[in-house]
Design a protein around this ligand. Structure first.
Ligand code: 13P
Length: 249
């Protein structure tokens, strides 16, 4: 049985005191669903966030990491550094990393390897741009992103991977994929996994949808059989909205 997960990607929002305020608000909310809950504050606040959520079921995860163990990579953060402050899961391949920081499938494959080698869990993101969808190329783009970054892995690695489909045209735009568009793509993603790794791994894979998920649309999106949760941007910055989404299961 695969898990339901709702993860809040805070992106480059919330300084230290805002992080503390939001976590205090999150801890007051009531969870009525059994979804796993994650928040991804900016790296400088991970340690604080980890300590503040210690006695809760909120897992603190990172938004990015470098592939090297250590060394001359000014400004970068390694898997072992993340682990040393309590972080066990990292988001990799977010479209903003791909678009603004030139992260390629090849680089992401190295980051995935580094995370798995360090026994971390990876939330691997991918998704097509609007032009790809308009041209009818969305499955080709998404299939290639998955194959290029993940298909060198052994089957056993997939127990530590969560997939997140985030169509770039739906991120921060207020425009969501329709529940049917999300379902169609998630089904395709599962079939893609199945074609290489078989039925068990594809059925056990948690596949999140991201892109303008809000309290008002979460229930319908999460009701689709191949949508196992959400990666939430803007709505994760308000405790009540985030929990309304978590409780949409
Ligand atoms: P929004 O929910 O703000 O569209 O962001 C989605 C996202 O990029 C999560 O990683």
């Amino acid at each position: 049985m695969r898990k339901n997960i709702v993860a809040g990607n805070w992106k480059m929002n919330n300084d230290l005191s805002q992080t503390e305020v939001l976590i205090t608000e999150l801890l007051k909310q009531e969870q009525t669903s059994n979804a796993e809950v994650m928040i991804a504050p900016t790296s400088v606040n991970l340690f604080q966030a980890f300590n503040s959520t210690k006695n809760s079921n909120i897992e603190v995860v990172a938004q990015n990491m470098h592939f090297a163990d250590n060394g001359a990579y000014t400004g970068e953060i390694s898997a072992s550094m993340l682990k040393s402050v309590g972080v066990k899961t990292v988001i990799l391949g977010h479209s903003e990393r791909r678009a603004y920081f030139n992260e390629t499938d090849e680089l992401l494959a190295k980051k995935v390897d580094a995370a798995l080698k360090n026994d971390m869990r990876v939330i691997f993101c991918f998704g097509e741009e609007l032009a790809d969808r308009k041209a009818g190329n969305e499955e080709k783009i998404v299939g290639d992103q998955i194959k290029n970054a993940l298909f060198h892995l052994e089957a056993s690695a997939f127990k530590n991977i969560v997939l997140a489909y985030e169509p770039v045209w739906a991120i921060g735009t207020g425009e969501t994929a329709s529940p049917e568009q999300a379902q169609d793509m998630h089904q395709f993603i599962r079939e893609t996994l199945n074609s290489k790794y078989g039925e068990q791994i594809s059925q056990d894979m948690t596949i999140l949808y991201g892109g303008s998920v809000k309290p008002a649309n979460a229930k319908e999106i999460f009701s689709k059989p191949d949508v196992d949760g959400g990666l939430i941007g803007g709505a994760a910055l308000k405790a009540e909205d985030f929990y309304a989404i978590i409780n949409a299961f």
